[in-house]
Design a binder for this molecule. Structure first.
Ligand SMILES: C[S@@+](CC[C@H](N)C(=O)[O-])C[C@H]1O[C@@H](n2cnc3c(N)ncnc32)[C@H](O)[C@@H]1O
Length: 324
């Protein structure tokens, strides 16, 4: 077992402030969903994953629990050593099944979980080796591409990139295309990407997953205002903002917003932000895909779709793409 932590050189707090101000000074206002995940956000996201309405986690969990051996076979088909790089690893509760299968198959690989949340990386480095004692793990705390470049500097083995949890859905379709293009440019021919998509399905079922009766998704969104208050010297009155979610079955876009309940002024440090009554802050998109949409995204961005793994209800797909 070996454990290494890579420190990120960038000033996270300055970047958080700059990106928050940029979003709140835009018209319409927006926030970046990557900032949801402080220690409290990580905890609330765990609760979301446990919610009855949030079918996504169980669906992808079923794929990993039941089909990791097949995934592992596909990854290790050419028998050479590789780096398994997971973008936005979270608590790795699903990827652990794949890691186990790869270790059982005695594959030679190193695991590089990447996550913007410091807490997530510290937790993985502490706890994964307790469960998988022979795992070679190097945690990378920072933004996807910065850390992917770091991983490429650390090793020149072939890359297998994991991008699960429908994280790609947290980008609109145009951004997902540029993301996949940039990702492809950081990879070499024959490198693999395993990427999870939430599939288009009954619209009400999708909306319920992002607008639960217990108000957990609401707390998750409002937590970002708490985080700004704590970390950036903000004075959001949280009670004066409400969560609103919508799903458009035509485009497959599920979007969440915070709505200002009155005309109000919010200070962030010495910056002043004005809100009109009913003005919205766009918080997050969760884009849903058809199988055709997914194949088109692959071929448009330089990947070749190789294999698909579904849960029994076909709610979710983990697709394997190869750099063409
Ligand atoms: C929705 S969770 C999914 C976690 C895990 N992949 C799963 O399927 O359960 C998203 C994770 O990605 C991380 N994340 C979000 N945006 C990121 C970014 N730009 N760079 C690095 N990590 C990011 C978050 O901190 C969080 O742990």
């Amino acid at each position: 077992m070996s454990i290494t932590t890579i420190e990120i050189p960038t000033d996270n707090k300055t970047q958080f402030l700059q990106e928050t101000l940029k979003g709140l000074q835009s018209e319409p206002k927006f926030m970046l969903s990557k900032y949801f995940y402080d220690a409290i956000g990580d905890r609330i996201f765990q609760q979301i994953m446990d919610m009855e309405e949030y079918y996504l986690t169980n669906a992808e969990m079923e794929i990993l629990q039941n089909q990791s051996a097949q995934l592992s076979e596909a990854i290790s088909a050419d028998g050479t050593a590789f780096d398994l790089i997971e973008l936005g690893a979270g608590d790795a509760t699903k990827s652990i099944y794949l890691l186990e299968s790869l270790l059982d198959a005695q594959m030679e690989f190193s695991y590089f979980p990447i996550d913007i949340s410091e807490h997530v990386i510290a937790d993985l480095e502490e706890n994964l080796p307790k469960k998988l004692s022979s795992l070679d793990i190097t945690g990378l705390n920072g933004d996807y591409f910065d850390m992917l470049k770091k991983a490429a500097e650390l090793s020149d083995r072939r890359k297998v990139v994991l991008f699960m949890g429908a994280n790609i859905g947290n980008m609109n379709v145009a951004d997902a295309e540029s993301f996949c293009l940039s990702l492809k440019q950081l990879l070499a021919p024959k490198d693999l990407l395993i990427i999870g998509f939430d599939l288009k399905k009954n619209p009400q079922q999708i909306l319920d997953a992002y607008n639960d009766k217990g108000g957990i998704t609401r707390s998750f969104n409002l937590n970002l205002l708490h985080r700004i208050n704590k970390e950036l010297d903000g004075d959001f009155n949280i009670d004066q903002f409400e969560h609103y979610a919508s799903y458009d079955p035509a485009s497959g876009a599920c979007k969440s917003y915070l709505i200002s309940l009155k005309n109000q002024i919010v200070n962030i440090g010495h910056h002043v932000i004005q809100f009109a009554e009913n003005e919205h802050i766009f918080m997050e998109i969760s884009q849903k895909y058809s199988l055709d949409d997914i194949d088109q995204l692959a071929t448009k961005t330089g990947f070749k779709p190789i294999q698909r793994f579904f849960d029994q209800k076909q709610y979710f797909v983990d697709a394997i793409w190869r750099v063409d």
